[in-house]
Design a binder for this molecule. Sequence first.
Ligand code: PLP
Length: 399
Amino acid sequence: MSLDSKAVRREFALLERELGGQPLTYLDSASTAPRPRVVLAAIGRYHAEFTGNVHRGVHALASEASEAFEAARHVVAAHLGATPGEVVFTAGVTDAANLVADALALGPEHEVVTTQVEHHSNLLPWRKRATVRTLPTRDDGCPEFDALESVCTPRTRLIAVHHVSNVLGTLAPIERITAFARARGIRTFVDGAQSTGHVPLDMRRLGCDFFAFSGHKVGGPAGSGALFVREALLDELATARVGGGMVARVRDGDCEWRSGAARFEAGTPNVEGVLGLAAALAWLARLGREDVAAHSALLARQMYEQCARLPGVRVLGSTQLEQRTPLVSLVLPAGGLDAQSVARTLSDAFGVLVSAGQHCTHPLHERLELDATLRASAWIHNDEGDIERFVGALRGLIA
Ligand SMILES: Cc1ncc(COP(=O)(O)O)c(C=O)c1O
């Protein structure tokens, strides 16, 4: 069965809004996705029915909140193909990468291998603590993954790589990378910000040590997210953040940390964020993860093919469509309107929402000698009509 994108669209209150008298064509989910009504309802229920702190209180509402919070961990685990004990709630990918950098106790003597394609959030946390080495980049923007052997050294502690690039929309060969890393005792961190709402996930198959994603890219609230940590690592990692909730006993002079994922969740968590996130993922599961993936693949093809036909426009990333998600970054014809002006005009005159700029990937734009690209990114609420409206309006602006 395929997704009924019209019915899916109705699940988003935001998409009832008009802009300049036009219905919204929301093609900016890579930046932040619209939230379905089930997410708004889950957050509302926590506020209206069982507000309480988790894992601390003894009263009835605190128990209900704790139960809902732990049920959310099961939902996230099911989405990731992990066990609930391997799920650490975070504020998103940026938070998760910083947490992992601390938990691995990285220092300048350690090397982290990554690519020039990474979002700054999968670059700067490593650069702050360790020595970063990057794979070379092809002219289409894709990393040369074949160069891993020559870039890794005996000092390489971690390979940190995107699952799907937020500029290229292409899938990285994660299973190949993790097999390579495992054979050399190197840890792997996968940035799943742009894959989690599009492709079915299975942590065992991916074979990574860490996998992070952000709630707001899968229809959940901003400031929510989760980090998968392979079970065998949970107790060998350093304690990254300390405070209430992650400690079993505190005495003068020493502490006994809690074990497992709880050791990485210091302080009151973003309870409503976690509940909203679980509501989004449970909804995706009800839609059918295979159907969601098939819809993404269809949109990816339509988007690439329509954009590649635009005169004078270059689409970054791989031409192998089965490796693409519905995200295109476009280099606009020289001498015409710049990407930012085009994005603003698309919004105000056509109700079409896309991104423009360097999308938190300065090294990639510098490598490709680009000031800015125009990025359109689709999700489950979009259909071919949305892509046609975007491409049609863009064609008029660049003519
Ligand atoms: C590939 C990628 N990684 C990391 C991030 C950072 O996510 P967050 O700001 O939610 O931490 C983003 C957000 O745009 C992203 O696209």
